[in-house]
Write a protein that binds this ligand. Sequence first.
Ligand code: F6P
Length: 344
Amino acid sequence: MRVGVLTGGGDCPGLNAVLRAVVRKGERFHGDEIVGFEDAWDGVMERRTMPLTVESMRGLLPRGGTVLGTRRGSPYDIEDGVDRVQATMSDMGIDGLIVVGGNGSLSVASKLFTDCGLPVVGVPKTIDNDIEGTEVTFGFNTAVQIATDAIDRLHTTAESHVRVMVVEVMGRHAGWIATHAGIAGGATAVLVPERPFDIDEVCDRLVRRQQRGRYASIVVVAEGALPREGTIELADREVDRFGHIRLGGIGHLVAGAINERTGFETRPVLLGHVQRGGTPTAYDRVLSTRFGVAAIDAVHDEAWGQMVAIRADQIVRTPLEDVIGRTRTVDLALFDGVAQVFSA
Ligand code: F6P
C-alpha cells in the first residue's frame, strides 16, 4: 500500500518514534511505501512530501520534535481545502492516511472520514494527556519527568532562600501534568483547571506549613487553572489565528497574590515549552512505537475512522467520532484523594 502520514498540532516528544515505527512495520512487514506530508494538512493540500524509509528514519527514535514539521489549522478553514486534500489522496494514489495529532487534527480527520469517506487512522498525541478514549498519550510521561526534575531543583533553591516557588506547567483544559508532577515533586499545593482554586485556602495551607516549621514551599499550577470567581482577576488572553487561546501567566498572578496575602517571598517559574522539547522518556518511546505499529496495522485492516489507543496496557481501536470534541480531565480520585492529601 501507499500510506501517507502527517503530524499536526503542537509538537510532542515521541512523534518521530511513531513515524519510525509506522515505517519499520509498514516497509518491512507489509511492503508499504510511506509518504510523509510536511507541516500537517498544509503539506497534504500543497503536496509537499518527504519519503520516509527505514534508512531515512535511522537515529530518530530518541529525537524530540517531528521531522515532518507540524502546524495548527484545518483544510476546512480554506476555500477548496477539502477538495485539495481529496485530490492529493487520489492523484498521489494514497491508500490510507495516518494522522498523528491532538484534538484539533483528530477532529479534522474524523470530519474528513465522515464527510468524504477519507481513509484515515488517528494516533493520539499531546503532552496534556487530555484525549478521550485512551488512558495515556505519548509525550505526557516526558513532560511530567521534565516538570518533576524542575521541581526537584526548585526545592533546594527555595529552601536556601526560604521562598515559595510557584511552578506553572502546561495543561490547558486538564491538570494531568500538574497533578502528576505535583505528587512526584512533593508540592504543597496543586492547582488544576478541573477544580477552581481559592487563593486564600492556598495561602492558609502555606501559613500552616510555616507554623509547623517548614518555610519553603512549592506550588504547582496548571496554565489553565482557574481562580474562584472574585478572587484573582485574569487578564484577557491573546488568541492566535487558529482561535487557540494563548495561555501562560497564571503562575505570575498566583505568586503575586501569595506574596501580597502572606508576605512570603515568592517567585514564579514558567516551564513552558521546555516540557515539550527534547528526547522522550523510555516509557514514551515504547508507547509511541506501540502506537505506530498499531496504526499501520489498522491501515491494513482498513479500520478507517478509528484511533489507536491504550487501555489497561492493551492497544485498542476506538472510533474517532467518540473521541473528538471531548476532554479527558484529571481523575478526581487521584487529585482529591492523593495530590490534595499529601500536599496538605
Ligand atoms: O496542546 C498542548 C500544549 O502544549 C498546551 O498545553 C499549551 O497550552 C499549548 O500546547 C501551547 O501551544 P503553542 O505551541 O501554540 O504555544
